[in-house]
Design a protein around this ligand. Structure first.
Ligand SMILES: [Zn+2]
Length: 428
């Protein structure tokens, strides 16, 4: 390109843009208001924070206005409070109290006191696609996935939690994941303007473990958010027992018939599974049942035993403590917290010792064949075929994973997205 031609191009650009810029005037306009931000300190009240800024009389009116939308008790340590003043004015014009990432109470000075309104943080719904290859463990592969780097760390953790929830019966993320395993998932999210998620639901996920693919496809026949996950054949991914009584954790000791006991220092069988976990980690009942023992029990330390249907009993040992209200006779649901990891009894460090017995015989919780949950009801079969087809197509639209690679699509998703959005109930 000649210099003349370049000048012509530049001029064309000038003639289009310069007048616009000209009308804008100064680029830097001094803010029309002064803003002060505070974070409520431990034990500090709203009134204390406003002391010296707002008179005691006005504070009463302010609190009344606030109470139209929320209890002052919701103002806890760390609550962000923003004060705005008009330039050159002494008096506060507006106060924003951020109750949560989703709700702010806005207090505004009015001619006769204070008015208030509740402002909800706007959200948008998107569909996110991710895939990758696992080098060592799933947690690292997802959290360190460079394509997810714009996602807040807490949200990346949340994604692993979701994957763990849907695949918990098929694959033990710590024990079974191998180098070269791959994952793909499609997730529908509610996202705030700052990029953080308000909620997320996996629509479809695939985990290829040792060349064996596992699928979990969300299906909610009634559209009430009470759906469930099924494999490609419409069989439930759920089992009547959770595979493990706590979330994705390291297993420190497997079920064996003979091993050296770390404290007794003698060979004895270990008829359970030990999960190393931080003291205080929540321990869940692995199936619906009734508590038949709760309290100290010799080497088990603080222990809970739960009786389930068909002669099954589970035991949770070395607990630091029990969830309040859990006593002998309490009915518990699958996944309900019953106690907290500790190291009571014969334990060298904080861990959970978990046992399963059927008709009084010990079984290995990691290899027992657990009864399956219900498949897609036959009445819903047509809907299932339709909806799962769309979701599987979404999954298949994700490019094959390379070494930890992810595709994040929002502007131009695969063709099927429009259909998905139409048929997918909004997150509940
Ligand atoms: Zn143990």
């Amino acid at each position: 390109m000649t210099a003349a031609a370049m000048a012509a191009v530049a001029c064309a650009a000038c003639s289009m843009e310069t007048p616009e810029v000209g009308r804008l005037g100064r680029l830097h306009v001094a803010p029309a208001e002064n803003v002060e931000m505070f974070s409520l300190r431990r034990g500090e009240t709203f009134g204390e924070l406003l002391h010296g800024t707002i008179s005691a009389n006005e504070q009463a009116a302010l609190l009344l206005a606030f109470q139209e939308h929320a209890s002052p008790r919701r103002m806890r340590e760390g609550t962000e409070i923003t004060l705005r003043y008009l330039k050159g004015e002494e008096a506060v014009r507006r106060i924003d109290v951020a109750l949560s990432p989703d709700e702010t109470v806005r207090l505004s000075r009015e001619p006769l006191g204070w008015g208030s309104e509740l402002i909800e943080t706007p959200i948008y719904v998107d569909t996110m696609f991710a895939s990758g290859e696992i080098e060592s463990e799933l947690w690292t592969a997802v959290v360190m996935n460079p394509a997810l780097s714009t996602m807040p760390a807490a949200d990346r953790n949340e994604m692993i939690h979701h994957l763990d929830q849907v695949f918990q019966w098929q694959v033990d993320f710590y024990r079974q994941i191998q180098s070269g395993d791959t994952y793909r998932f499609v997730v529908e999210r509610e996202v705030r303007p700052d990029g953080s998620m308000r909620s997320a639901r996996l629509l479809a996920a695939e985990l290829v473990n040792a060349d064996e693919p596992f699928h979990a496809i969300w299906f909610d026949p009634n559209g009430d958010g009470q759906g469930s996950y099924f494999d490609l054949e419409g069989e439930s991914v759920r089992r009547s027992f959770l595979l493990k009584p706590l979330e994705f954790r390291r297993i420190s000791s497997y079920f064996t018939n003979s091993r050296r006991h770390p404290i007794l220092n003698t060979w004895r069988s270990h008829r359970g599974v030990d999960y190393a976990a931080a003291a205080g980690t929540e321990v869940m009942a692995t199936a619906d049942g009734v508590v038949i023992q709760r309290g100290p029990d010799g080497g088990y330390g603080n222990s809970v035993q739960v009786r389930h249907a068909n002669g099954w009993v589970t035991r949770y040992a070395h607990l630091r403590g029990f969830r309040s209200g859990v006593v002998v006779g309490t009915r518990v649901r699958q996944g309900e917290v019953i106690g907290y990891v500790g190291q009571t009894g014969l334990a060298t460090g904080p861990h959970l010792h978990y046992e399963m017995l059927q008709s009084g015989r010990f079984v290995d919780p990691l290899s027992v064949d657990l009864p399956a949950g219900d498949p897609v009801p036959s009445d819903d079969r047509m809907r299932w075929l339709e909806e799962s087809g769309v979701r599987v197509a979404l999954l298949d639209g994700i490019p094959p994973s390379g070494p930890v690679r992810t595709l994040l699509v929002d502007a131009e998703p695969v063709e099927a997205e429009a259909t998905t959005t139409a048929t997918t109930p909004r997150l509940q």
